[in-house]
Design a protein around this ligand. Structure first.
Ligand code: SAT
Ligand code: MN
Length: 581
């Protein structure tokens, strides 16, 4: 047994005083035992085991259904290290305010010790965490989302470099809910929530917030990005990453099915949410997916929008806050099947279709093993990761932002990522549909000052002699009736095709004030259900629109004061000049 892990576990047991301590080894026997226990205590409900073997439903507390960003803190010694986009709490205040909430918190409960590995087995990029939790739901989900158990302890050996992840459900009161990150001591404390991003500490807390600070120190990037492989009909393999805010279609894009009118194209999935990016010795940027599962948004997922996800979640999947059908299967808004009589909503109450209430919570989720995905990439487990040809930055924008355009340089691309803004979704509590700045889709997930984060992006770029191309995309422009103009889903491959042509030195484009925009005939529309005229509209760049954007960008960069890198101001000023011209 690793003595550092043992010592920490003893300390936490003394603090939280559980009735029992259970060390998790990740075995099949353990999965069966914990699942049985979860069913017995009502944490999980077995679904129809004939139709959905190994699938269970979990209903969470109705006040605990999404990430709570206002209760999420970076606890660095200085406020400036957290920066203006993070909530900050001093480590001393955390000791005073948050630590006492763990005192005796596990009395009468079981304390689970969950060692986990983020990243492929045997990869020098992988990181070990140990989560201590009193939630069996968390353990069962962590088992899907990470490589859990002995494999992590083997990776750690006798070392002491692991993230200490302390979690307790507490009393689930939002008044006593805190998610605290300590980048300096490589530690996370989460109390008062059992929800995904708040409680599965390997995900946003370790793989993004803590990892971003490790990346800053060690010369790499932890990003809120999907990773997908694209094989062209000529047989050329490309890998693309894409940063999009939560609930903007990363899982769908990662598992894209090429339209029938584009034969010969092949998509494989490496990851759907998080990418760790390292500059390689060959001057290219390499990506691994630190996760082992998908924690995807259920509503809107169907055989039409994402058949690969639908096939992934047929077995061994935990559903959280979806609706339950009388036959013991599940349903959500946007499902292929019509709703049936006698369904229970996400809170377990009889659902009345005429009430206007949603049957499934808009942020209801599935947790499923990535290995079950029919299009999982053979490179998913490659310890070296995959070399990246292109990076996409996307957001939900009803207007202004064209379907796709390309940055001129890495610095310009960093600027395109930095100025990303998106309409908010149900993945976090708060109002939905409000436009907010979300640099690299990392605003809720960057563990340090975002001004310094942008500098770090520029530094990483300097190490790349063959940097990926950087593109902005927007699938979400709407017509005056509020309907999406671009068909999206499989048809997004038409945009990827142009992106990869550009990376290979082709692809027709015009230089505009904001970057390289495809000519309308450069997007392959063969067999697409959209007119060339509409695509022309989607590619329009209106200088007046960008005038307004410039003001907001300036305000944003000013927030970081001296932390905003000169390179961002340079790009901003040049954009201003081009827009004026
Ligand atoms: O934060 S979660 O992991 O629960 C989901 C998300 O917001 O992407
Ligand atoms: Mn996410």
């Amino acid at each position: 047994m690793n003595t550092h892990v043992k010592k920490w576990v003893d300390e936490i047991a003394a603090l939280t005083t559980p009735d029992r301590v259970v060390w998790c080894d990740g075995s099949e026997e353990e999965r069966a035992r914990l699942t049985e226990e979860a069913v017995k205590t009502g944490v999980l409900m077995p679904l129809n085991q004939e139709k959905m073997p190994g699938c269970y439903l979990h209903r969470s507390d109705s006040s605990d259904v999404a990430r709570t960003e206002h209760l999420t803190f970076i606890c660095s010694p200085k406020e400036e290290e957290a920066g203006p986009t993070n909530n900050w709490m001093s480590p001393a205040d955390a000791d005073k305010k948050v630590l006492p909430l763990f005192k005796g918190a596990m009395k009468g409960r079981t304390m689970y010790v969950v060692p986990f590995l983020m990243g492929p087995v045997g990869s020098k990029f992988s990181k070990v965490g140990v989560e201590i939790t009193d939630s069996v739901y968390v353990v069962i989900n962590m088992r899907i989302m990470t490589r859990m158990g002995q494999v992590a302890l083997d990776h750690l050996g006798s070392g002491e470099e692991f993230t200490r992840c302390l979690h307790s459900l507490g009393d689930l009161s939002p008044d006593r809910r805190f998610i605290c990150h300590f980048p300096q001591k490589n530690e996370i404390w989460s109390v008062g929530s059992g929800y995904g991003g708040n409680a599965l500490l390997g995900k946003k807390c370790l793989a993004l917030r803590i990892a971003s600070t490790l990346g800053q120190r060690q010369g790499w990037l932890a990003e809120h990005m999907l990773i997908l492989g694209v094989k062209t009909p000529a047989g050329k393999m490309h890998y693309v990453t894409g940063a999009f805010p939560s609930a903007c279609g990363k899982t769908n894009l990662a598992m894209l099915v090429p339209p029938a009118s584009m034969p010969g194209w092949e998509i494989t999935t490496v990851g759907d949410d998080i990418a760790w990016l390292h500059p390689g010795d060959d001057g290219r940027l390499w990506a691994i997916n630190p996760e082992a599962g998908f924690f995807g948004v259920a509503p809107g997922t169907s055989m039409k929008t994402n058949p690969n996800a639908m096939r992934t979640i047929r077995t061994n999947t935990i559903f959280t806050n979806v609706a339950l059908k009388p036959d013991g299967t599940v349903w959500w808004e946007g499902h292929d099947d019509p709703p049936v009589e006698g369904m229970l909503d996400w809170q377990g109450k009889p659902w009345d279709p005429k009430s206007g209430d949603k049957a499934a919570h808009p942020n209801s989720r599935f947790t499923a093993p990535a290995a079950q995905c029919p299009c999982i990439s053979p490179e998913f487990t490659n310890p070296n990761g995959v070399p990246i040809s292109a990076i996409l930055f996307g957001a939900r924008r009803q207007r202004r932002v064209p379907l796709v355009f390309q940055a001129e340089t890495w610095q310009h691309g960093t600027f395109l990522g930095a100025t990303l803004a998106s309409e908010t979704t149900a993945a976090a509590t708060g109002k939905v549909g409000v436009l907010r700045r979300d640099s690299m889709a990392m605003q809720p997930f960057c563990g340090y000052n975002m001004g310094d984060y942008l500098s770090h992006w520029l530094e990483v770029g300097q190490k790349l002699t063959k940097p990926p191309g950087i593109f902005r995309v927007n699938w979400f422009r709407t017509d005056p009736d509020g309907k999406f103009i671009w068909p999206g889903f499989g048809d997004n491959l038409r945009v990827l095709k142009w992106v990869l042509e550009r990376c290979d030195g082709g692809g027709k484009a015009v230089k505009t004030a904001i970057g390289w925009v495809p000519t309308a005939d450069a997007i392959d529309l063969d067999g697409a259900a959209i007119e060339r005229k509409q695509v022309e509209e989607l590619l329009e760049v209106d200088a007046a629109d960008w005038h307004e954007a410039l003001e907001l960008q300036k305000e944003y960069f000013e927030k970081f004061g001296s932390h905003t890198p000169g390179g961002m101001w340079k790009e901003h000023n040049e954009l201003a000049k081009r827009v004026a011209a």
